[in-house]
Design a protein around this ligand. Structure first.
Ligand code: ZN
Length: 90
């Protein structure tokens, strides 16, 4: 497969995965900040504004690798999950 085809495949795979995980509402945000005690952001905008202004250079939506690297507390958000290598999509 060509590089572009591989990328498209991975992208499709990821979207299919999100669908099966019932991740329909993409505009979600964590109940509290990963890096400080702030909470009750009210909206994605509020959360992103907080992370960008208070914690520049830190990921607002940490993946499994970030969680490990920064030793963050998991909040059961979809971006924290690892995509299984054996995941099948149709
Ligand atoms: Zn914070």
């Amino acid at each position: 497969m060509k590089i572009l085809e591989v990328r498209t495949y991975q992208c499709k795979r990821y979207y299919a995965y999100r669908k099966t995980m019932k991740i329909v509402n993409m505009s979600s945000f964590p109940p509290k900040c990963y890096y400080c005690d702030s909470k009750n952001f009210g909206s994605v905008d509020g959360y992103e504004r907080h992370v960008v202004t208070r914690h520049p250079n830190l990921p607002g939506y940490p993946g499994p690798a970030d969680i490990k690297y920064y030793r963050l507390e998991k909040q059961d958000m979809y971006w924290e999950r690892e995509i299984k290598a054996d995941f099948e999509w149709k």
